[in-house]
Design a protein around this ligand. Structure first.
Ligand code: FE
Ligand code: FE
Ligand code: ZN
Length: 303
């Protein structure tokens, strides 16, 4: 069975996210552990967690994925920024143990003129200070688009982080389709070859999650601008092929595609996920999806 979901708002807690997942026919989801631009996390409500576990078993939700804030840079040249990265990740991982056995994804970081070698060293150092043999949470390194000085644009860079980490059995990879295409891998024409390469360098069993996003930019653009499935440079067929690939049947797929802006009210936009999940579950692309979302959402809002 397909394990598929999307990024959801964590503002109302875990139980609310499970209920939202049900509405859009998702059986997994991703959420920010705190404001994605940084800041303090809300305290975990044990009652909410308890209720969530009941909802999750009712809905068949087996895995959820937390995403670290974007401001977390484990390899910044600024010691203060690295300290923030350490404190944030350590605190997040403590909180993750309320929902044991799940995944915590982070962007490895940007080395900012120190060079990739130094960047990789600092990321491994931070992970060595944080990972514990007894933790139940798996920490994911996301494949990156290669914007600016991002680490993780190649599989080799991720492998070198693994090499520097003592408890690297606690590490896995989050494979983002928009990012890997933006960084230059031909996942549209040669997904199987790309996976063979990944397998040689890291091991394909190390892919714990896929981020399924189309890209606004052509392969190699290093931009990182997500697009709705089938409306970008990857196209629906390539993404659908990845989602249904037999090697990754049990790997959760998370959508992080942009919301559709309302034409009537420029301040409003609508989540595309229910529609994109429906397209992936059926394997059929709907070129009118965006129009349909606006029609349905604005009917509902007006009703
Ligand atoms: Fe990400
Ligand atoms: Fe992503
Ligand atoms: Zn991205």
């Amino acid at each position: 069975m397909l394990t598929i979901g999307c990024h959801l708002s964590s503002a109302k807690g875990y139980t609310a996210m499970a209920k939202e997942a049900e509405k859009i026919n998702a059986n997994t989801f991703q959420f920010f552990t705190r404001n994605p631009r940084g800041g303090k996390a809300k305290a975990i409500d044990p009652k909410d967690v308890e209720q969530f576990h009941l909802e999750a078993s009712r809905l068949g939700i087996q895995k959820i994925l937390a995403h670290a804030p974007y401001t977390l840079n484990a390899c910044s040249p600024d010691e203060k920024v690295r300290e923030f990265a350490y404190n944030t990740m350590a605190d997040d991982l403590k909180r993750m143990e309320y929902t044991p056995g799940n995944c915590y994804n982070f962007h490895p970081g940007s080395h900012v003129k120190q060079g990739a070698e130094k960047g990789i060293e600092l990321i491994a150092e931070l992970l060595n200070n944080i990972l514990r043999p007894e933790q139940s949470t798996t920490v994911l390194l996301e494949t990156m688009a290669g914007k600016g000085s991002e680490i993780g644009r190649t599989f080799e860079e991720l492998a070198r982080i693994y090499d520097g980490v003592n408890y690297n059995d606690k590490l896995r990879v989050c494979f983002d389709t928009c990012h890997t295409s933006d960084s230059g891998y031909d996942i549209v024409g040669h997904f199987d070859d790309v996976i063979d390469e990944f397998d040689r360098i890291i091991g394909k069993d190390q892919i714990a999650v896929f981020h399924i996003n189309d890209s606004k930019n052509p392969r190699g653009a290093q931009k990182d601008r997500h697009e709705n499935l089938g409306f970008g440079n990857l196209g629906f067929d390539a993404l659908n092929y990845i989602v249904h690939h037999p090697d990754f049947e049990n790997v959760p797929k998370i959508l992080e595609t942009p919301w559709i802006p309302s034409k009537a009210n420029p301040k409003k936009s609508y989540a595309p996920y229910k529609y994109e999940i429906e397209m992936l579950r059926s394997g059929k692309f709907d070129p009118d999806m965006k129009t349909r979302i606006l029609k349905d959402s604005e009917n509902q809002a007006g009703a």
